[in-house]
Design a protein around this ligand. Structure first.
Ligand code: ATP
Ligand code: MG
Length: 433
């Protein structure tokens, strides 16, 4: 036998014991997005490489060294998407969605970056992201924050996350800031690490994003973009802050907060946790008013964010068991004997018809009564439904309660059995607490 083939490094399988927690997170986010009137868009995982170079920026880490890029059989350079915004803008332009209309969109799916795999940092990871087009004001920036806050409340993560905000201003302010920043870092060149020295030529703003602790001091002394803002960008930022204050959202202004992608302007924000070490940002976003035009469309204000699902799931790791239990079948149907086995699948269909929301696993593959009950127990079901020759002849079914001490078993006609199952389903769908 040859050695089994392993998955690609940094690309994870999400196993059945883990998927219930993922589903819980995804459903919570989707529920919030629906509550705010956002619509889903789905785009391919592969795009032309040029799209990312033109949007994210040719001299960003992502495009310089993290993309999975290859030449396909036609000789075209394609890349697995490292993020979702570029493809979303491309799709909106291609299908004429942005003509004078505003859109509130969301997407979900895998993203790919060739980074060094570590806890919270993978080569295939998953995001749910939001993009809003055509709304210039800070009101929608604040709405995005409120949406995130609602997701955290739904998932019980309020205590774990804090919000940092900043503004990157507009192009002119950034140009002036950049000139002073370069002058400052040149004067301190001896204190810069190799990466930052390189960025001094290509993308000096990104030096502020350095995670090297030895750089902290020189970064702290650098000129702050906040001192360069023009009146309009200042008013935008103040409008954003006022709305957050009004809604009671707590945040800190972090003037060092810049994003690793070139297309952002004005509002930027990150939701950060201290529980995941260096990989602490679980959600990040901001405004990118220039991107649509940069990709060939008419000037269109835009703002968005992306949630890193792996990191949110990691924060909720302790709830993996309860999430799995909440999705276990309610009932497991065991059928013993030739007649019952033949009748079982039909009976299961009738029960699923009669009890909306019922999760019923029907035994397949035969087995002794004992073996089938063992499977029922392992399935996590609350009740085993037993169909033997006697039950079949009488048009009844035995309910054996597997997890309630003192509640043994009862043999009921199908209507009464369905009623008992309905009660079980309803009890399970009531929100806890
Ligand atoms: P980081 O600073 O952690 O590298 P980033 O600024 O590169 O993050 P974004 O491009 O803004 O991240 O992506 C939004 C979110 O997606 C991040 O906040 C994070 O939760 C998640 N994310 C980004 N890269 C990865 C990765 N390689 N593995 C897992 N999650 C990731
Ligand atoms: Mg990164």
């Amino acid at each position: 036998m040859s050695a089994p083939i392993q998955s690609v490094r940094g690309m994870n399988d999400i196993l059945p014991e883990e998927t219930p927690l993922w589903q819980r997170v995804e459903e919570a986010v989707r529920g919030v997005l629906a509550a705010y009137g956002y619509q889903e868009i789905r785009t391919p995982v592969l795009e032309r490489t040029e799209l990312f170079a033109r949007s994210i920026g040719a001299v960003t880490d992502i495009v310089e060294k993290e993309m999975y890029t290859f030449t396909d059989r036609n000789g075209d350079s394609l890349s697995l998407r490292p993020e979702g915004t570029a493809g979303c803008v491309r799709a909106c332009l291609q299908h004429g969605l942005l003509r004078g209309q505003s859109h509130r969109l969301w997407y979900q799916g895998p993203m790919f970056r060739h980074e060094r795999p570590q806890k919270g940092r993978y080569r295939q990871f998953h995001q749910i992201g939001v993009e809003v087009f055509g709304i210039p004001g800070p009101d929608v920036d604040a709405e995005l924050i409120l949406m995130c806050a609602r997701v955290w409340r739904t998932l019980g993560l309020v205590e774990d996350l804090r919000l940092e905000i900043n503004t990157l201003g507009d192009a002119e302010a950034r140009r002036r800031h950049r000139a002073d920043l370069v002058a400052y870092f040149r004067a301190h060149e001896a204190e810069l690490d190799a990466d930052s020295r390189r960025r001094l030529e290509t993308n000096p703003l990104r030096i502020l994003d350095s995670k090297n602790p030895e750089m902290a001091e020189v970064i702290a002394g650098a000129p702050s973009l906040l001192d360069y803002l023009d009146a309009e960008a200042k008013a935008h930022f103040e409008g954003f802050r006022k709305r957050l204050d009004e809604a009671g959202v707590r945040y800190t202004v972090n003037p060092r907060l810049v994003r690793g992608l070139d297309y952002y302007n004005r509002t930027v924000f990150e939701w950060i946790t201290d529980r995941l070490g260096a990989q602490g940002t679980v959600c990040a976003g901001g405004r990118y008013d220039g991107l649509v035009e940069q990709l060939g469309g008419r000037p269109t204000p835009a703002v968005g964010f992306a949630l890193g699902l792996e990191r949110i799931v990691a924060l909720l790791e302790g709830e993996r068991g309860t999430a799995a239990a909440a999705r276990a079948p309610h009932a497991y149907l065991a059928a013993v004997g030739e007649g019952p086995e033949r009748a079982a699948l039909g009976l299961a269909e009738r029960l699923r018809d009669a009890v909306p929301g019922l999760r019923l696993a029907a035994n397949c593959g035969g087995g002794s009564f004992k073996a089938q009950l063992k499977r029922a127990d392992r399935s996590g079901a609350a009740v085993a439904l037993i169909l033997g020759e006697d039950e079949l002849a009488a048009g009844r079914i035995t309910l054996k309660w597997l997890r309630e001490a003192g509640r043994g078993q009862e043999t009921l006609d199908l209507e009464a059995a369905a009623a008992a199952l309905r009660t079980l389903v309803e009890a399970g769908s009531r929100p806890a607490g």
